[in-house]
Ligand binder design. Sequence first.
Ligand code: MSP
Length: 671
Amino acid sequence: MSKRYYITTPIYYVNGVPHCGTATTTLLADATKRYRALRGDNPYFLTGTDENARKVTEAAEKAGVEPRTFVDQVSQKFVETWKFLKCDYDVFFRTTEERHTRVVQEVFRRLKASGDVYLGTYEGWYSVADETFFRDTDVDAATQTAKETGAKVERVQEETYFFRLSAYGDRLKRHIEASPDFLIPETRRNEVLGFIDQGLRDIAITQNRSGWGIPVPGEEGRKVIYVWFDALINYLSESGWPGEGWDRLWPADVHLMGKEIYTRFHATLWPAMLMALDLPLPRHVVGHGWWLVRDPETNSLVKGSKSGVPLPLPEEVVALLQEKSGASEYICIDAFRYYCLRDIAFQSDAEFSLNVLVSRFNADLANTLGNVLNRVLRAKYHPGHVPAPRSHDEGLKASAERAVAAYEAALERFDWGAALTAAFAHLDEVNRYLADRAPWTLAKNGDDAGVADVVYNALEATRLAAVLLAPAMPFVATEIGRQLGVADLCPEGGWADATRYGGLVPGTPTGEAAPLFPRIDPKTIQAAPAPSAPAVPKKEKQPNVSTNGGETAAPAAEASINDQITIDDFAKVQFRVADILAAEKIEGAKKLLKLQIRVGEGEERQIVSGIADAYTPEDLVGRQIVVVYNLKPAKLRGVESQGMLLAATDAEGRAILLQPDKPVTAGSQVR
Ligand code: MSP
């Protein structure tokens, strides 16, 4: 049997239920599986849950149930949500399964025997929230938090086993340099090379405790395997390694994930572990950006997460779409799938916004796609079967070929946003073609041959678009296929035929036409209540789904150039250089700092800014910053803010202040 195309998502922690972030990665994997199936690659899709983490026991304790009961309940919730979203995985992997324990212990034994695992003493910091070890320089000693993530850390000193990660830096670097498609996207590849250049340290891989977790062989009851070391092995365990036939699945073709578990874990530790085991490395490791949500405390965009500002639940977003559009649940699930795949950012981050979702629903699905369907399938001149054309339209054929080529190229890099953009560019062409040829006029003039040409070509071009949309919107594609009279739009392995222009067979009866996407009135979304907080674990905060942006707002993904402003718009904003005179924390608001600033000769002001996770008050006094001078004052956490400062955001979402290149007088204008 030939090797299967092996796709994985991260196995998710069970300290919270699935949200739109975890759903997006799972959808990326699902769409990739469906695409690979159409291409005949015999795909295999793994998802699952990471259940041995310390934070799981803490979450269970909080919920007042036994860890075993807790992990069973929450992992079931993941199963249900993925089923709801039509994610067609092949295995739901749980790290508490016996077969996984055996493989992890085997890996440990082998690496200990080869000297890649050795006993030593770890002294440093550990964050339970991140399940990560940090060194002194990674930690803000005053607040005992990790600089990278802001999570609480605790001091640990213990006898532990280490993995000799330091031995693999050079080999890893050579592999990355020799395999340009190994780490995707490019920006993250560069980040990993930089990370390796700083020097890789050996990493502690056991923790001294008994109970929950995988026992270290020979140290049962005293030590358990560090959860990341255990979790990464899941991808290999599924293959049945070291038993017969593991190479029918391994190496993975693609590991998909969010960027926070990319550099440190999937792009360095995991490949190094595989090198130490003398096993082949995954073909592609892909890290996408985050969905951001607005933090009500600071009004800034932050990563949506289980423990911070929550993202909404997929079921709630779908229910909202259903309520507002009146479309069926299946249609709304596909619309949700489309939004997540189309707008998740790869290089940077994007805001999760109901308004953008609704504008995608209205503009892309109801208008672009819906118009094409209306104009060909529901038109009076449509004969009820596929008509015989005199010729294939060269323009539409070229448009389809361009779309297929761009789509395939995008998916070599797992970029679903670019792939779907290509499919919709083709649908735009079909709309333009229909407007140009005006089959309604041809029909009025009795030009039957002309009508047959246009209807055939428009139906065929639509069929092709539906093939491209099928992995993202399986229900919608099947429904379009039914309306076109095509029983199986793209049979498994039939990609080349299905994407060749001219596949529709004249004479085939078409199905009954029905509109798929009723438009949503965006005004009803503005007033919609925010979806409620996830049930597990209990959280005080309400999820924060932005409705900013209005109906026609360009999606927040990547840097959008569609939202251009004029020079007059820009001229309305006055920027000035300011001196920071004093800075202090604001009680009860852990991210905010109150600054006294000088914005001109004898002109002092107070501003409030959400930069406390990146700067201490002492860091700030005496610095120069750039502020918006003519911003209407607002209150943040009850404290008046007369303006705002400008800051960039680093890869971890923390603020980096902008300041003039050379000191200038406070109050100087910035142009
Ligand atoms: N258990 C580890 C993974 C081990 S894999 C061997 C873990 N679990 S997690 O529950 O925290 O899931 C993290 C993943 O969820 C991210 O890498 C990403 O795939 C997804 N997302 C979580 N929050 C997200 C956003 N705000 N935006 C986009 N994706 C998000 O880490």
